[in-house]
Design a protein around this ligand. Structure first.
Ligand SMILES: [Zn+2]
Length: 443
């Protein structure tokens, strides 16, 4: 089974390719990139990508899929459908399910559900501690054998430096990346939004930026001490970024991700008490957003991750204080990333790198995040010019908790290929390519 993606523009940061080429895949693997002048193999099925960007399949390092245990919010199948509709060929599923993914039985169940859905690749992340309780290390080796790609107690920060040190030392032995949700709960307890001008105006308890800064500094110090691979989830503060930048300069093995909502919105968005602006870490003030944008540009931030966190509409319908933290994000992330490209803040190669090449490297996903020969044929096809409006009511996710309903977007993922199979095609794809072809013919 051969598939040839013709007339597209290939961006593959790993091979430093940024050129118009054809891409040949066969039996779920990349055969190679072909120059446009090379004869087309006759037995291949054709996919016309005229005017479109062909990139390595995007990998979301931070997705909450809610199965097992909270299937009313999301199942692995619905989450995977939302993923591929948003351009994500792979999702790394956080372990805060019910039961927690702290043992190989849950890991295997998640992998099987992902395979049964036949949409995105689903790579489970195992818990750092049993029940993510912060007291006793989980059986990382057994979970690794079952298929986890990293460990995290996301949602709950690892409470003490001593426990984090032991977790890093243990994970290092299994070559697993440790992912931490950095937040010193002794500083942030009871907070429901960013501590600052808006929390004062709104009369809501704030979480100071320092709560994140303190934990990020701790984890950078411990990463240096242990030599473990440490990845800091959803960084959102100027102080956290400064600490990571300094640690990287020292050669410490630390990486980090940022979410689209943390660069798109500020804490001012909370002003009408919309619970779809409540997440952890919280939306920050403009100064922190500026620091995130600088760090995306200078390479301090390695990856874009969604922190897709589905909640039922009734749960989010509570008072701001009472509602759960988190928003869905799989279908809006790439549109919001294109916003930065169109504003001239970062270039498209950087977006592709932060969504594919770097995530694959951070979790050590072999033969992914690149279009080199023999890589898994996971491909994300983008139209940088497509104008659309996000309609949450049409989402593939079971949940609708997003502050981006009705937002105009410029740029989208229009097709997603996983393991050589076309698993998502934008409903307007025919119209998009027809316009592109007409445009190309006119030139
Ligand atoms: Zn988190």
């Amino acid at each position: 089974m051969k598939l040839l993606i013709v007339n597209g523009y290939i961006i593959d940061p790993e091979q430093q390719v940024n050129a118009g080429k054809n891409l040949l895949i066969e039996d779920g693997r990349v055969v190679g990139l072909l120059d446009r002048s090379e004869p087309l193999p006759e037995d291949a099925q054709m996919f016309d990508a005229t005017g479109l960007i062909v990139a390595p399949g995007f990998i979301d390092l931070h997705t909450h899929l809610r199965e097992p245990g909270q299937e009313y919010k999301e199942t692995i199948a619905t989450g995977a459908a939302a993923a591929v509709a948003g351009g994500w060929a792979s999702v790394c599923a956080m372990p805060n399910t019910d039961p927690i993914n702290d043992n190989p039985a849950v890991t295997r169940f998640m992998i099987e559900q992902g395979q049964a859905a036949q949409l995105a690749n689903v790579f489970p992340i195992g818990a750092i501690t049993k029940g993510s309780g912060g007291k006793e290390l989980a059986e990382m080796g057994e979970m690794k054998n079952a298929g986890i790609v990293a460990v995290s107690d996301d949602g709950r920060p690892v409470p003490t430096a001593a426990m984090m040190r032991r977790a890093m030392e243990y994970a290092r032995g299994f070559d697993l990346t440790v992912v931490d949700h950095c937040q010193d709960v002794s500083l942030s307890a009871g907070g429901v939004m960013h501590e600052g001008k808006w929390s004062l105006i709104l009369g809501l308890r704030g979480m100071p930026a320092a709560a994140e800064d303190v934990d990020v500094v701790r984890d950078c110090v411990l990463a240096q001490l242990t030599g473990a691979k440490v990845h800091l989830a959803h960084v959102s503060t100027r102080g956290a970024i400064a600490a990571i930048r300094a640690a990287k300069q020292e050669g410490v093995n630390v990486t980090c991700e940022v979410t689209p909502h943390h660069w798109t919105l500020t804490d001012q968005a909370v002003s009408d008490y919309d619970t779809n602006t409540k997440m952890s870490p919280p939306l920050r003030s403009q100064d922190h957003v500026d620091a995130i944008l600088e760090a995306m540009k200078d390479g301090t931030i390695d990856a874009i991750a969604t922190d897709h966190a589905p909640h039922h509409i009734d749960e989010k319908a509570l008072e701001f204080d009472q509602a759960p933290f988190g928003i869905v994000g799989l279908e809006t992330a790439i549109g919001l990333a294109f916003d930065l490209v169109h504003r001239g803040l970062i270039d498209l190669e950087r977006v592709v790198e932060m969504c594919s090449t770097s995530p694959a490297r951070i979790f050590g996903l072999t033969n992914r995040g690149s279009l080199k020969s023999n890589a898994h044929a996971d491909i994300t096809i983008l139209d940088p010019q497509f104008e659309w409006t996000f309609d949450a009511t049409q989402s593939k996710s079971k949940s609708r908790n997003t502050p981006f309903h009705g937002r105009s977007m410029h740029g989208a993922a229009v097709a997603t290929i996983v393991g050589g199979r076309l698993v998502y095609l934008h409903p307007d794809f025919g119209r998009i390519t027809e316009m592109k072809q007409r445009g190309a013919a006119a030139k």
